[in-house]
Design a protein around this ligand. Structure first.
Ligand SMILES: NC(=O)c1ccc[n+]([C@@H]2O[C@H](COP(=O)([O-])OP(=O)(O)OC[C@H]3O[C@@H](n4cnc5c(N)ncnc54)[C@H](O)[C@@H]3O)[C@@H](O)[C@H]2O)c1
Length: 255
């Protein structure tokens, strides 16, 4: 309890499996949340956290647009007066369901790159700039993926390329902004069972393959990722920057 007391945290993808779980646990740890998602249900999810005694507002927004980030930052500052942490959680593997480079359209390719990679740049153009201008020693938690660290065998390239890029830009920013006291870290999940992927039939189709290629031979839960995020967002990690924590049952040790 209280490991994130009064920290103002923007979380994108907060209607999704891992980042909604992060919002619930961060709120219990005392954080004040700005929950962002393209799905309008994020507003109800923030209201539920508030009803349970937490501090949260929900903003429906498309984070692949710079204007959305300007609005997210403005609402954060108008509501809480500052920002301490930004969790860049929203991402998609594919926009239309066709993730194979050989068959997908250029619109599909560009859409995945814009959402996963450009949204991160927008968070830096807005939230990071605010932290620097106001001398806030904040931190960023970015989501890469085990599939962005090595060959993954899925036939999908746009998504892992963005995730590899996210790892690199995290390191670059950590190097560049250490002098400002701002930290940048990554979590790299794989095979985490989240409701939207369950609904889309991903685990029905690939569950057994995912388990059999994971040394621990099981799937992970959102909480497994979130406890690493709590650590990275907290003052316990005040000297941790440029780190990458894999949460994948050992997958990246053998791929
Ligand atoms: N679940 C896994 O096994 C796994 C593996 C590797 C990486 N990840 C990463 O974890 C993060 C969280 O994903 P998840 O597993 O919880 O999946 P999820 O699909 O449940 O959550 C992703 C959320 O992003 C939101 N989103 C999509 N496009 C958006 C946009 N344009 N603007 C705002 N929000 C948008 C979706 O509505 C969704 O709620 C992602 O970055 C994902 O790439 C997950």
């Amino acid at each position: 309890m209280d490991r994130l007391k009064n920290k103002v945290v923007i979380i994108t993808g907060a209607d999704g499996g891992i980042c909604h779980c992060a919002a619930e646990i961060f709120a219990k740890e005392g954080a004040k949340l700005v929950m962002v998602d393209i799905a309008p249900a994020v507003v109800e999810k923030a209201a539920a956290i508030k009803k349970a005694g937490g501090e949260a507002i929900g903003i429906p927004a498309d984070i692949s647009k710079l204007e959305s980030w300007e609005q997210i930052l403005k609402t954060t500052i108008d509501t809480y007066g500052t920002v301490d942490c930004c969790v860049n959680g929203a991402a998609r593997m594919s926009l239309t369901g066709d993730w194979d480079t050989d068959s997908q359209s250029m619109d599909e390719w560009d859409g995945v790159i814009n959402l996963n990679l450009k949204s991160m740049l927008y968070s830096y153009k807005t939230v990071l700039k605010y932290m620097i201008d106001h001398k806030i020693k904040g931190n960023f938690i970015n989501f890469t993926s085990s599939t962005g660290l090595s060959y993954n065998g899925s036939g999908c390239e746009a998504y892992p390329i963005t995730k590899a890029g996210i790892k690199l830009i995290t390191n670059d920013m950590a190097a560049k902004h250490g002098k400002d006291g701002i930290r940048f870290n990554c979590v790299a999940p794989n095979a985490i069972k989240v409701p939207k992927m369950v609904a889309a039939g991903v685990f029905e189709k690939y569950g057994e393959w995912l388990k059999s290629t994971t040394p621990m031979n099981t799937l992970g839960d959102p909480e497994d990722v979130v406890w690493a995020m709590v650590y990275l967002a907290s003052d316990e990690a005040k000297f941790v920057s440029g780190a990458l924590i894999t949460i994948d049952g050992g997958w990246s040790s053998c791929h």
